[in-house]
Design a protein around this ligand. Structure first.
Ligand SMILES: [Zn+2]
Ligand SMILES: [Zn+2]
Length: 410
């Protein structure tokens, strides 16, 4: 059921609004000051907040901004109801992030019509498409047609924004598709690279849109362990290894070394350090009240400290980073038997990924970074193992193994 939170310090207005809303099939919450209203909004994540401007503890202008600036509340629609009718006040509330303004005293039917319009406003599309699902090295061929042979690359469309997670060989196909979609229109995109091992950057020199001077791409990753990010990308295109230089890629390329959360307007991206040889991070993408978490590549800390507490607190931190996400895209490369031979290589087992998703209480888990030695038939078997484990343990999320070329709506 949709939730509406009404924040008003005037008890008669609060009762009036409450009584009207309770005749509809919505859950209604109330608070009689701005600070409690913000607390309730964070705890219950309502769909619509109806708020007064002049309130004790926190006035309405601050409350609008607090809601607007909280990524977990970016889906919330705001209706301001106030006795103030000055055009400058109306303009300011809308500029700060309110969606509608009603002057008190308002007509109760008009009030409900406005709330109901806000409840029905469609959320913008948030789509994930897998272009490269393989880990370590590309493995094309008959045996990998179903799950795919290209290395790490996932496309996200957050409304009109284009985000790309990793630039493994899968990014070549994405580039071809973007060129055909955009035709003459310039392309702007944000490429987030978890770490710069080959399987996460090798497709970049083949990303056709990066050769068109009309296009713009920002590439986000950490400063390298011993050199700047741009130099790391330039290195793989050194003439000893590749015939085209980074400087031949004529799109506007900006290399952005991550220091804090990245704010892209309606979309925000935060990151967390992972346990992998060298430097690696995972990402959380927040958009329109929903989020996708991308964890690749990561070996559970607890696996390397088997005598420590279980689960390991640093692994729980990673799970907390992914908490309540609509989709967790997590790497998993080994069975328990394989892991015994590959401990310390920086990757998860299938069981690790399932436990991570359960700890994080996510709604869906997509497993990526398929091992080069795992063909389609083997991965079908792994999917069966995952589904059986989910059923046996009473986990509530669903799970799939990412297949190259497939899309998921968030
Ligand atoms: Zn990798
Ligand atoms: Zn790696």
């Amino acid at each position: 059921m949709k939730k509406v939170l009404v924040v008003d310090d005037d008890p008669s207005m609060l009762t009036l609004a409450l009584n009207r809303l309770q005749t509809e099939s919505v859950e209604v919450l109330t608070a009689d000051n701005g600070a409690d209203g913000l607390h309730m909004a964070r705890e219950h994540r309502p769909d619509v907040v109806v708020l007064d401007l002049m309130m004790p503890k926190m006035h309405g202008y601050t409350l609008i901004q607090e809601i607007h600036n909280d990524p977990a509340l970016s889906h919330v629609k705001i209706l301001v109801t106030s006795a103030k009718a000055y055009a400058s006040d109306v303009e300011r509330t809308l500029r700060l992030g309110a969606d509608r303004y009603l002057t008190k005293p308002y007509d109760l039917q008009e009030f409900w019509n406005t709330v109901s319009e806000l409840l029905e406003e469609k959320r913008p599309p948030f789509t994930v498409r897998f272009w490269g699902t393989r880990g370590s090295i590309a493995t094309p061929g008959e045996a990998t047609v179903k799950y795919g042979g290209n290395t790490a690359c996932t496309e996200l469309r957050c409304g009109d924004q284009l985000l790309i997670l990793d630039a493994g060989t899968g990014i070549r196909g994405l580039g071809v598709s973007l060129v055909s979609e955009f035709q003459e229109k310039p392309i702007t995109g944000h490429i987030f690279v978890g770490h710069t091992h080959w399987d996460h950057i090798q497709g970049f020199p083949f990303f056709a849109p990066a050769f068109n001077p009309a296009n713009e791409f920002s590439i986000y990753s950490l400063h390298g362990a011993e050199k700047p990010l741009k130099k790391v990308f330039r290195g793989q295109m050194d003439s000893d290894y590749f015939p085209v230089l980074l400087s031949d890629m004529k799109a506007h390329l900006e290399f952005c070394e991550l220091e804090s959360e990245v704010n892209l307007g309606p979309t925000r991206v935060s990151y967390v350090f992972l346990n992998h040889p060298g430097l690696a991070v995972g990402f959380r993408i927040w958009f329109s009240g929903r989020s996708v978490v991308y964890i690749s590549d990561h070996e559970n800390y607890g696996r390397l400290a088997p005598d420590g507490p279980s689960p390991n607190s640093m692994d729980l931190d990673i799970a907390r980073f992914a908490e309540d996400a609509e989709l967790l895209i997590s790497e998993a490369q080994y069975t328990e038997e394989e892991y015994a031979q590959k401990k310390g290589w920086g990757h998860s087992t299938f069981l690790d990924a399932l436990e991570r998703a359960a700890q994080a209480k996510v709604k869906r888990l997509a497993i990526i970074h398929h091992d080069p030695s795992h063909d389609d038939a083997f991965l079908d078997g792994i999917l069966g193992f995952c589904q059986k484990t989910i059923a046996d343990r009473g986990y509530t999320f669903s799970c799939f193994l990412a297949q190259e070329g497939t899309s998921v709506e968030i």
